[in-house]
Design a binder for this molecule. Structure first.
Ligand code: MN
Length: 261
């Protein structure tokens, strides 16, 4: 392939690279591909539109008592983040108890109840005082975790990918627009297993606020519309087994329930 031909055949990708990405819409319209890859969506309450999920970010150890139970110092160490693939999304409609598959490879499967912020704007190096301008709305979700594998991989200084970033590991409720809920800076967050309270805390106990999380994330990654952020779990994470029913709550949002099958 000569040089001119090479540049012609890669013109679309190169143009995209200059602006930071090829948007999914552009790719669907202009690129031929041998098979389709589905876009993951979450319903938006009070709308016939669906929220397209681009990337799932999660913050680790964002409540002091949880940081302590995980064996680290909660004294405002810089926040750290990991991602889950969009395949991890399991949408759970309000008022239903969704069957949630117990995953392979683990004998210690944990719940983590979390507030989720969803973005419809992006950018780099967003100052904290502008960060909430990126937020489209909120939901609530579970950062389901193969705790035994997460710990073992961490002990071996290996990536904890299979402990955190597996299929169905991100159950989530519908998106509520900001205009319906306002921002979540305080309010009760709790989780019950089989009706018994396991986690109970207040969102104001987050070490890093949602605004601070967005600001910090945007220093490491260019954020985009469709990115969503699991904002960390309070203390008293613990195991579930098949047959258990998890119910979680955040003040101002409908509860989310799954049954482990
Ligand atoms: Mn978590």
């Amino acid at each position: 392939m000569d040089r001119r031909h090479f540049f012609q055949s890669t013109a679309l990708v190169s143009t995209g690279a200059l602006v930071g990405c090829v948007t999914p819409g552009m790719a669907q319209q202009q690129v031929k591909s041998p098979f389709a890859v589905p876009q993951v969506y979450i319903p938006i309450v009070g709308s016939d539109e669906m929220f397209p999920v681009r990337r799932i970010y999660c913050i680790g150890r964002n409540y002091a008592a949880h940081a302590r139970e995980m064996g680290s110092d909660p004294n405002r160490e810089p926040p750290f983040f990991f991602q889950k693939p969009t395949d991890a999304i399991q949408y759970v409609a309000a008022g239903t108890v969704a069957p949630h598959p117990y995953p392979t490879l683990t004998k210690n499967y944990h719940y983590e109840a979390e507030l989720v912020a969803v973005l419809n704007k992006g950018g780099r190096d967003i100052p904290v005082e502008k960060a909430l301008d990126l937020v489209y709305g909120y939901s609530l979700g579970l950062d389901m975790t193969r705790r035994d594998l997460q710990r073992a991989l961490g002990d071996e200084k290996k990536p904890w990918e299979i402990g955190k970033s597996f299929d169905h590991s991100a159950p989530i409720g519908a998106v509520h627009k900001l205009s319906q809920t306002g921002h979540f800076t305080q309010g009760s967050i709790w989780l019950k297993v089989n009706g018994q309270t396991k986690q109970s805390a207040d969102l104001k106990q987050m070490i890093w606020s949602v605004a601070e999380q967005i600001s910090k994330l945007s220093q490491a990654f260019e954020l985009f519309p469709g990115d969503i952020i699991y904002s960390g779990t309070p203390e008293n994470v613990g195991p579930v087994v098949r047959g258990d029913v998890i119910e979680m709550h955040i003040d101002g949002l409908p509860n989310l329930s799954v049954k482990i099958v």
